[in-house]
Structure formats: C-alpha cells, structure tokens
Design a protein around this ligand. Structure first.
Ligand code: FAD
Length: 451
C-alpha cells in the first residue's frame, strides 16, 4: 500500500526528511498539497503569496514526477482532506515536516486520528535550524530576547551540529495508481484582470531549482559584500532567499551549510547566519504565541491610544503617495515586485505606526497581502519589533526619520531614484504629515501607556 507525503511549507525534493523517509519505506509514494482556506487555525494566504505558491507547486510537481511520485492537489479543511485521502488510498504510513504556528494543532489532531486507526504518522524537523523546544532558558522557557537566544543556539550547534542536508532521494521505482486531484490552474492563485503581477513575474522565478541557483550565486558572490549591502539601499545584493525559505524551496540547513565562516569571509558569513537566527527566533516566538499577528506581545500596548483610522493616510501609504520619498519608494517597490529591502521595511513600518499613528496590525496585513515572502512568524514579529509592542523590540522612542535614513543609506539617491523618480519633480505631493510634529505626537501617545 502506498505511503503518503503531505507537503506544506517544504516545497522541495532535496533535504526533505518526510519525502526521503517515505521513499525509503519502499512502497509507492503519493504526495499531497492541500489548499486550506477553511480551517480556523490557518491564516488565508495573501495575493502575492498565492502567486508564488502557484509557481512553486508547478515546479514541485515536475520534480516529484521525476521521482515517480504524483503530486495530488486538493482543496478544503486539511483534517478532512488528509484523512479522506488516506482512506481512499488505504495508505499505511503518512509523513510530513512539522509546522510551528497554530496549524500544528490540526497536525496533532490528524496524527491522533491516524494512530487510532493504526496508521503510522511520522513528522520531521525541516523548517528551522532548531526545534523551538530545543532552545530554552535555564528555567525551561522560551527566550524573549534575541542575543541570549542566539548565544544559546550557537552553543547548542557546537554540541549538536546542524545536520548535513539530505540528498534528493532516488526514484521511488514504482508509481502508485493515479489519484484524482484538482488542476493547479483551477485554484485561481494567479491574478487575472488586472494582472498586478507582471513585474513580480519579471523579478522572480519560484521553484527549487531557481532557489538553488540563487543560493549558489549569492554564496559565491554577493555574500562577500553582505555587511555593506544590508545597509545600502541601492545595492540590491542581500541574499533574496527569504521567499525560498518561507516556501521551503530551500531548507535553512542547506542555506546554513552553503554559507560558512570556514569557507567564506568570516564576518560576512557569521552575520548572514545570525540573520537566519532572527528567522528562527521569530518562529520560536510564534510557537509560544500563535496569536502573534493579532495580539501585542507586551500587554501594556493593549492600552495604546490609537486614534480613529485615517483612511486617506493609509491609502497614501499603501500606494506610495505620502510625499516622503523613501517611504514612497519602498511602498512602490513592494507593490510592484513583492519585496522590499529590510531597512526600508523598518522605515515604512515606523512611519505608519508612529508618524501616522496607524495600528501595526493594519500594516502587517498589507505586507501579508503584498510580500512574496509573507511569513506567519517573521512578518508580525518584525512589525511588533518596529512598533515597540514586541518582546525584544526597538524602544518605542526610536522613531526612524525617513529623511535621515535616506541620506545615510541612499546617499547617492539610487534607491529613491529607481522607485520614486518623481520625488524631486513638480507635482510630487507635499508630505502628508510633518515628521517632527508627528514624532512628538507619537511619543506623547506612548507616554500615556507607560505610567
Ligand atoms: P538577507 O539579509 O539575505 O537575510 C537572510 C535571511 O535571514 C532572510 O532570507 C530571512 O530568512 C532571514 N532574515 C533576515 N532578516 C530577518 C528578520 N529581521 N526577521 C526574520 N528573518 C530575517 N522576512 C520574511 O521572511 N517574511 C516577512 O514577512 C517579513 N516581514 C517583515 C516585516 C517588517 C516590518 C520588517 C522590518 C522585516 C520583515 N522581514 C520579513 C525580515 C526581512 O526584512 C527579510 O527577511 C529580508 O529583507 C529578506 O531579504 P533577504 O532574503 O535578502 O535577507
């Protein structure tokens, strides 16, 4: 009887422990991806994420087919779909790589249902460098501050090195009988009219193969200059691997081993690896607080006096028409390409939550809808970091000044010139807020929750 592999945020055939274990079992293998927009625990995907998912599934289906594995697509609440297919196939073993947000409760329910029916359900680690329960404080709790978290991580790694990535498994040998599923095109993941994704499609090629190409290119090249590019907006040379990691086209283990202080410029490799550490940290936080995108980490922020929503200002922010060049450049880059440089993400988030006094959740939701790397942990985690409501957050009084940031990090104007070339011309809007005065207003609002 066939084995079933349930794919989720691990759209790859290399270093995929669930897939490798299923093939090793020796029986024909069927793969499943479920588009679940119904379960309470699942946050429905945003538009740019759906665009990415389409391309990534297309590439996964081809790679699996080369291994004699059919990728079956089904839509519906995961619990019903998975258990239904197991029954249909009379599968005796089910494999998946773990998830760490609220969806893990779905997985737990499925696991116990399967086990009751004497069906083996096995889950693996494949999405993080370390499992959340493996990095804990002396008191057995999760870390809420990054530096000690990262020290503890490095300490653990010195005793339990990050495993070498698994190779792409050998062909399964025999194919299972064909199974009915949906056609990818029928899921409507791609925009039709208007097609807002043309520039996104020019910029990105989803899929495992393109992900490996980028990783190799980055490790052999731009990594050398990583310390500089992370702070220079016009050098678009950070790794651009976040969407690859978000969809699991690459595992963090593969990335970790590809970028090593032993073989690359030490400081650059160390600093890059510690960014991977922030990704783990965000996921460890979500593991403890699955409501990270809904609730303030710090309860004192529940009292924050957000004024009534200024719809017009919000719209200007979304569309890149605030009259503040760096903010507009970033928001337009986001809309057109599905991504934005990390520093500019911080600037636009600070502008929204502090200068415009708009609740971070509203900005987070816009990013969720427009980023190709929209990530259930990193997105709310970083929004809370900027807003000051997070655990290890930037202090609230640190209000980014977009003009100063522009001078410091886009000195020759390359970034703003590229995304907001109209910023210096006649007809460009006046700033929708006074930066100084709005900063003071934000600090007053913050004072009101401190006492
Ligand atoms: P690199 O600089 O090459 O970093 C390597 C990898 O480390 C990244 O691919 C990413 O996986 C990880 N990483 C780097 N910085 C962070 C960080 N601050 N937090 C968590 N992981 C990090 N990142 C997402 O992946 N998804 C999101 O939805 C997301 N939303 C964000 C929202 C805001 C308001 C801010 C300030 C940051 C957000 N980030 C998010 C973090 C960061 O901006 C991106 O990971 C980074 O810009 C991606 O570019 P890169 O792959 O070239 O990064």
């Amino acid at each position: 009887t066939p084995s079933l592999v349930w794919f989720r945020d691990d759209l790859r055939v290399g270093d995929n422990p669930a897939l490798s274990a299923a093939i090793q079992r020796g029986c024909p293998v069927v793969a499943l991806y479920v588009l679940d927009e119904e379960s309470d625990e699942v946050r429905p995907l945003g538009g740019a994420a759906k665009w990415w998912l389409h391309g990534s599934l297309d590439s996964l289906a081809a790679a699996l087919s080369d291994l004699d594995v059919q990728l079956v697509l089904r839509r519906g609440p995961a619990e019903a779909v998975v258990t239904g297919l197991v029954e249909e196939l009379a599968a005796e073993a089910v494999f998946w790589n773990r998830r760490y947000g609220a969806e893990r409760h779905i997985d737990e329910r499925i696991k116990s249902q399967l086990r009751e029916a004497d069906i083996a359900a096995t889950s693996f680690a494949g999405f993080l460098l370390n499992e959340p329960w493996d990095i804990q404080t002396g008191a057995g709790t999760a870390y809420s501050v990054y530096s000690p978290f990262w020290r503890a991580t490095l300490d653990r790694i010195s005793h339990h090195p990050i495993p070498e990535p698994l190779p792409v498994p050998e062909r399964a040998g025999t194919r299972a009988d064909a199974v009915d599923g949906d056609a990818l095109a029928d899921w409507g993941l791609l925009p039709t009219t208007p097609d807002w994704a043309t520039e996104i499609a020019e910029r990105w090629v989803p899929g495992e193969e393109a992900a490996h190409d980028r990783l190799a290119e980055f490790a052999d090249g731009e990594l050398q200059d990583y310390l500089r590019s992370r702070n220079h907006l016009d050098i678009d040379e950070t790794s651009r691997l976040s969407s690859r990691l978000r969809w699991g086209e690459l595992s963090p283990r593969q990335v970790w081993h590809a970028v090593s202080p032993a073989t690359h410029r030490t400081e650059a490799a160390r600093s890059f690896r510690s960014e991977l550490g922030w990704r783990d940290f965000a996921w460890h936080s979500l593991y403890v607080r699955p409501d990270l995108h809904v609730n303030n980490w710090r309860p004192d922020f529940d009292r924050f006096p957000w004024p009534p929503l200024d719809e017009e200002a919000l719209e200007a922010w979304k569309r890149g028409r605030t009259g503040v060049p760096l903010v507009d450049a970033g928001m337009r880059e986001l809309w057109r390409t599905g991504t934005m440089h990390n520093r500019v993400r911080m600037v636009v988030a600070s502008f929204l939550t502090k200068n415009l006094l708009i609740d971070w959740r509203i900005g987070e939701q816009w990013f969720w809808d427009t980023l190709v790397d929209a990530d259930a942990a990193s997105n709310p985690f970083n929004w809370q970091w900027v807003a000051g409501s997070g655990a290890d957050a930037a202090p609230y009084f640190r209000v980014f000044n977009p003009e100063l940031q522009r001078t410091k990090f886009d000195g020759n104007g390359g970034y703003v010139g590229r995304w907001a070339p109209d910023a210096d011309s006649f007809g460009y809007p006046e700033p929708i807020v006074d930066l100084k005065e709005s900063r003071r207003r934000a600090l007053d609002a913050y004072q009101s929750i401190r006492g």
